[in-house]
Design a protein around this ligand. Structure first.
Ligand SMILES: [Zn+2]
Length: 338
């Protein structure tokens, strides 16, 4: 490679140091009278003689078998039209270019082959890892023998990672088999022989109808007027239906907030159910969640956590701190309809 580069350098120097304009002038001088005889032609003749010797000398010195140099000298010395000779002299020697190209092509081919081999090895390694993972999953699914029930509607995912796809939805109260594996806040279920993942925290070991909330949900919702009818002022029919269902299911609640000039309340679609009792408030929030579809709910907020039917499978989501017990919904359950 170093030798080759040296040859190319020599050629380049030869091309630039042989002034082709002088060669042309010299040829014209040797050939005889030029178009404009005079001082130029007379002076040019001795220059041409010296130059020829010089060029031959150079050829001998650098001519170490390289076709590059020979071609270059011949090229520079060949007769040509005055206008074309300069560019002809600078034209690269074709043999050298071809040699360069074939060498470049073969080293590029070697690089590509090496790359392909590395890629194939990486693919084989990745396939091995994936197969081992799939085998562990098959074993976990086959061994699953523990029953649980869902406490809410749950999205089914085909994996536990961020790239998992949603592949279905489980109804509230659905009986499922768990594998015992847990990852990234999801737990694995065995459903029809397949591995499926749901958000952790929404499975129970007891049948859901054993809880009062579930009984209320299963028993239907009351639409009869409540003792305090004034709460309904300014509410949409949907919000009125929520109020009536709640007031009959939880008669112990005595204070409500309805229409208000702020937030979701300004549209008449929201209701505040006033309680600071954690157990009672939680029962109400879960009651609303269980009946979200029937009541056409938009969201439920309780103790700085929000649940929406749209993102039901994510369960209760933590909200930012808004600064006070009321703003963070520690003293009331907020619910709104679509
Ligand atoms: Zn509210």
């Amino acid at each position: 490679m170093a030798d080759h580069r040296h040859k190319r350098d020599t050629t380049a120097r030869l091309r630039t140091t042989v002034p082709t304009a002088l060669l042309r002038t010299a040829r014209e001088g040797v050939r005889g009278p030029s178009a404009q005889p005079g001082r130029t032609a007379r002076v040019a003749a001795p220059v041409a003689l010296g130059l020829t010797v010089g060029a031959v000398g150079l050829g001998v010195v650098v001519s170490d078998g390289s076709p590059d140099v020979g071609a270059s000298v011949a090229d520079a010395a060949a007769p040509a039209s005055p206008s074309g000779s300069a560019s002809a002299a600078r034209r690269p020697a074709p043999l050298s270019r071809d040699a360069d190209r074939s060498e470049a092509v073969s080293s590029a081919a070697q690089r590509q082959a090496a790359q392909r081999a590395a890629q194939q090895a990486a693919r084989r390694a990745a396939a091995k890892v994936a197969e081992a993972k799939a085998a562990r999953t098959r074993a976990a699914v086959a061994a699953a023998d523990t029953h649980r029930w869902t406490t809410t509607a749950l999205n089914l995912w085909d994996g536990s990672g961020q790239d998992a796809r949603k592949v279905g939805l489980l109804d509230p109260g659905a009986k499922v088999l768990v594998t015992g594996r847990r990852a990234n806040d999801r737990v694995e279920l065995a459903i029809k022989g397949r591995s499926r993942w749901v958000t952790a925290g929404y499975l129970t070991a007891t049948k859901p109808l054993a809880t009062p909330t579930a009984r209320a949900a299963a028993g239907g919702l009351s639409s009869a007027p409540c003792p305090n009818g004034s709460v309904e002022n300014g509410l949409t029919p949907g919000a009125v239906a929520v109020y009536r269902a709640v007031c009959h299911a939880f008669p112990q609640i005595t204070s409500y907030g309805g229409y208000d000039a702020h937030g979701e309340h300004a549209s008449g679609r929201a209701l505040d159910i006033m309680t600071s009792d954690v157990a009672l408030g939680t029962q109400i929030a879960e009651f609303l969640r269980a009946n979200a579809a029937r009541l056409g709910l938009f969201d439920v907020i309780w103790r700085q956590r929000i649940w929406t039917p749209e993102r039901a499978g994510e369960g209760w989501r933590t909200m930012e701190d808004r600064g006070s017990a009321t703003a963070n919904h520690f003293d009331h359950v907020h619910v709104s309809v679509r």
